[in-house]
Ligand binder design. Sequence first.
Ligand code: COI
Length: 388
Amino acid sequence: MIQRARASLRHVLHKSSPLHSSISKVRARHLSSVNVAASLKADDPSTLTCSELDNFDWDNLGFNLMPAEFMYTMKCSKGENFTQGELCRYGNIELSPSACVLNYGQGLLEGAKAFRGENGRLRLFRPEQNAIRMQIGAERMCMPSPSTHQFVEAVKEIALANHRWIPPTGKGSLYIRPLLMGSGAILGVAPSPEYTFLIYASPVGNYFKEGTAALNMYVEEEFHRASRGGAGGIKAITNYSPVLKAQANAKNRGFSDVLYLDSNSKTNIEEASSSNVFIVKGNVISTPALSGTILEGITRKSIIEIAKDLGYKVEERCVKVEELNDADEVFCTGTAAGVAPIGSVTYQDKRVNYSMEGQLISQKLYSTLVGIQRGLIEDKWGWIVEID
Ligand code: COI
């Protein structure tokens, strides 16, 4: 695999002549090293230099963009399939002002993570699930999508090419962001004539500014994240900016994030701005059922399987907002968010606090997930893809 990534990088370098000349002197010296990605660092100001990376303080990663050196792009025309993509240096892309994604939001995003395992090996967590989810979303948005094989191979290439940006074990992960967009020019509302699949990556730590501390959530009644028949169940890029207003209102009032209600009855909880939600009562863990308005989170799915395996009863059903009043625990899950405990929920100006004392079920579930991701716990489901 490393050989394949190196071969692609050689291909990139041969094709881009200014870059090629600026690094040609170091290339011969370094191409034989597995550190090829970092060795080829030229003078791109948007990513860290090798020595900056060597001295980087991995202890304070948050969820801020720190672009890794290489991105991946693959294009195809409407009515065709994706065929061959390539690695190139991270940087701005060129789009027509009338690109469909800019004008009509024809786009999907994904989020995956690469980890450095306890044994030093590089690991991806369920990347084929991201591929499948992108295919389902693409069908809904009238876009062609990469095959599962193409998607997973591209994610592997990105992780390997950027391996120096994967934090030391236990200090975070390389967040991998695949995008699929209608990049062709168009004026009327119609599918784009051209599509771009792009992946970039950034090392990350905790998603929330609270770190691993409990979150304080606000139940939003005015704004909704999704409605029936809409695109709430897929990872459309258009699902995220409509939450900004509610999120800003909540943050201005000191809350961590927002819990959204269903737009129909306004009585069921759906999800948070960028994560799924679970409640715990006794031995039963419940989460809103997938009804088209809730994203089928890969962490959600994994936590359900882990919880059942640990002996909990898991229910996917309508979760009434009133159930928050007497839940033992509430937590949210996501690739970016991990498993984040919720310490309080405020609904109609009434705040309910949850005890953070003792061994929390959310903590037990998260330790198991992280243990699998880092190679401390046996991966009996075959979720991990080792890539080096
Ligand atoms: C993820 O959890 O990977 C997401 O896509 C959430 C993101 C919008 C921050």
